[in-house]
Design a protein around this ligand. Structure first.
Ligand SMILES: NC(=O)c1ccc[n+]([C@@H]2O[C@H](COP(=O)([O-])OP(=O)(O)OC[C@H]3O[C@@H](n4cnc5c(N)ncnc54)[C@H](O)[C@@H]3O)[C@@H](O)[C@H]2O)c1
Length: 437
C-alpha cells in the first residue's frame, strides 16, 4: 500500500519564516531557545512529547512520534521574520509580556540577534495598527518579489536546506473570496493592478509558495485559502495548511461538543465571552478584524453537532462569541462559556467553564508541530491542502466538496493514521474483535 512513499531524510538546517514577530512568534522562538538549553520542556507539542500506538494492543509498540517518523529536530531550526516594528526578538518578547523576564534574559544571546525584516503592511487591512518598519514598492506584485528576495537571502546566509513559513501576524479584516482569487493568472494580474482583494497576508503566502516554501496560516484571514493559491501550491509541490491556531476557548469547545454529541445531550445555547489585553486583543477590538475571528470561532459547533442530522437535539441552538479588549489582562486571557444543555425528557442543565488561559503558551507548540509536520509533508511529496493537520486549526482548510472536520479526537486520529500510512503501518480502527475470538 505504501511502497511508493519515500520520506527524504531531514538533513541540514530548517528555516522558519514568520510574518509577525509578536506574542505567539516570540513565545515560540524564545521557548525553543529555552528548550534547547534544557531550561524548559516542550509541553503541548505532539511532535516532541506525543506517542503513537502501532499494531495490536498486545504488541505494546508505542514509540514517540519523533522516533517513529523522520522529523527535523529542534536543533535544526533557524528563525527569521518580518514585522512592522523593528524590535529584536528579545525586545518584542519583553513587550508581549508572555514569558518571564528572567527566562528571556537567560536566552537573550540566542534571540536578540534576530531582527525583523521590513514588513509588507497596509493599514486598510489591520485598522488598529500602524508601524513604520515597512517596505515601499509600487505594486503588490513588487512587494511579493521583495519578500522572495528576503527568503532567498535568509536561505543563503544561513545555508538552509529547507524552509517553512507560518503566518503569526495580526488578524486582517474580514474578506470574502473574490473572482480575482480564482486562478493564479487572475491573482497575479490583480497583484500587478494593486487590487484591493489582495491582502498583505496573501502576498506573503504567494511569495512563500513561489519560493517552494510550505505555508501555514495561524490567523483566520482568508490568505492561502483561495483557489488560486491552493492550486499554485499543488503546481509548485508545496503543502499548505490553515486557518487560525486552535487554542483557548475553541480548543475547549472542540473537546466538549463531541462529548455532548456522543451522549446525545441536546443544546439550547452556548455563550462564549473573552477578555484579553494583548495586541491581538487590541486588533480584534476593531469590528472588521473581529468579524474574521468571529466567523472562524462560530462555525465549529455547527459542524460538530450536525443539527441537520440531529434536529431534536441541535436545531436552533443559540451560539454567541464575544471578544473584549481589556488591557490589564495582557496575554492571560479569560474565556467564559455558559452552555445550556438538556437531557432525558428535555430537562435543562448548565455547564460553566472559566478558562484562565495563556494564549501564546497554547499557540507556541502548535507553531512547532506545524513547522515539523509541514516539513515532513514536503519531504514526502505531499502538496496542496494538508487536511490531516486540521487538529491545529479553528477553521481547517479542506477540499471544496467536503465539510471540515472539527472534532478534536477525529482530527487526532486522522493525523496519527496519516503518520501510520506514511510509514506503512496498519491503520488503527479500534475494532478489536480479534481479542475475543
Ligand atoms: N493563542 C493565540 O495566541 C492565537 C490563537 C489563534 C490565532 N492567533 C492569531 O495569531 C496571530 C498572532 O497572534 P499574537 O498574539 O502573536 O498577536 P500580536 O499582535 O502579538 O503579534 C502580531 C504581530 O504581527 C505584526 N504584524 C501585523 N501585520 C503584519 C504584516 N503585514 N507583516 C508583518 N508583521 C505584521 C504586528 O506588528 C505584531 O507584532 C493573530 O492573528 C492571532 O489572531 C493567535
Amino acid at each position: 500500500m505504501t511502497d511508493d512513499i519515500t520520506i527524504k531524510k531531514p538533513t541540514g538546517k530548517l528555516g522558519v519564516l514568520m510574518p509577525g514577530l509578536g506574542a505567539v512568534a516570540t513565545t515560540f522562538i524564545a521557548g525553543i531557545a529555552a528548550i534547547k538549553k534544557g531550561i524548559s520542556l516542550p509541553i503541548g507539542s505532539l511532535t516532541q512529547l506525543g506517542t503513537i500506538r502501532l499494531g495490536k494492543r498486545t504488541e505494546k509498540r508505542v514509540p514517540m512520534i519523533k522516533d517513529f517518523i523522520e522529523l527535523a529536530g529542534i536543533n535544526d531550526l533557524v528563525f527569521g521574520g518580518w514585522d512592522i516594528f523593528p524590535d529584536n526578538i528579545h525586545e518584542a518578547a519583553l513587550n508581549a509580556g508572555v514569558l518571564r523576564k528572567e527566562l528571556l534574559d537567560e536566552v537573550q544571546d540566542e534571540i536578540k540577534e534576530i531582527h525583523p525584516w521590513k514588513a509588507v503592511f497596509d493599514q486598510n487591512y489591520v485598522k488598529k495598527l500602524s508601524g513604520n518598519h515597512v517596505k515601499e514598492a509600487d505594486t503588490k506584485y513588487d512587494y511579493a518579489q521583495m519578500l522572495m528576495e528576503d527568503i532567498q537571502n535568509f536561505r543563503k546566509s544561513h545555508g538552509l536546506e529547507r524552509m517553512i513559513m507560518v503566518w503569526c501576524a495580526s488578524t486582517e479584516i474580514f474578506m470574502k473570496p473574490h473572482p480575482v482569487h480564482e486562478t493564479i493568472e487572475s491573482f497575479e494580474k490583480a497583484m500587478k493592478e494593486n487590487h484591493q482583494a489582495i491582502a498583505p497576508s496573501m502576498i506573503y503566502a504567494y511569495a512563500s509558495i513561489a519560493s517552494g516554501v510550505p505555508f501555514a496560516n495561524g490567523a483566520p484571514n482568508l490568505t492561502v485559502d483561495i483557489p488560486a493559491l491552493t492550486a499554485f501550491a499543488k503546481q509548485k509541490n508545496v503543502p499548505v495548511a490553515g486557518k487560525d491556531f486552535k487554542t483557548g476557548q475553541t480548543l475547549m469547545k472542540t473537546i466538549l461538543a463531541p462529548g455532548l454529541k456522543a451522549r446525545l445531550l441536546g443544546l439550547n445555547g452556548w455563550f462564549s465571552t473573552n477578555i484579553l489585553g494583548n495586541r491581538d486583543g487590541e486588533v480584534l477590538d476593531d469590528p472588521e478584524s473581529f468579524k474574521t475571528k468571529e466567523e472562524s470561532k462560530l462555525s465549529v459547533l455547527e459542524y460538530i453537532l450536525q443539527p441537520e442530522v440531529y434536529p431534536d437535539l441541535y436545531n436552533d441552538f443559540y451560539h454567541k462569541v464575544r471578544i473584549n479588549f481589556y488591557p490589564p489582562r495582557k496575554d492571560n486571557k479569560e474565556g467564559w462559556d455558559n452552555i445550556d444543555i438538556f437531557g432525558w425528557l428535555g430537562y435543562p442543565m448548565q455547564i460553566k467553564i472559566d478558562f484562565l488561559c495563556r494564549d501564546s503558551i497554547l499557540a507556541a507548540p502548535i507553531v512547532l508541530d506545524l513547522v515539523l509536520f509541514l516539513d515532513l509533508a514536503q519531504r514526502t511529496g505531499m502538496k496542496g491542502i494538508q487536511e490531516w493537520l486540521s487538529f491545529y486549526f479553528k477553521s481547517p482548510m479542506h477540499a471544496p466538496e467536503i465539510y471540515p472536520e472539527h472534532d478534536l479526537f477525529i482530527q487526532l486520529m486522522k493525523l496519527k493514521n496519516t503518520l501510520r500510512h506514511l510509514k506503512g503501518e496498519e491503520l488503527i480502527t479500534h475494532l478489536g474483535l480479534e481479542y475475543y475470538d
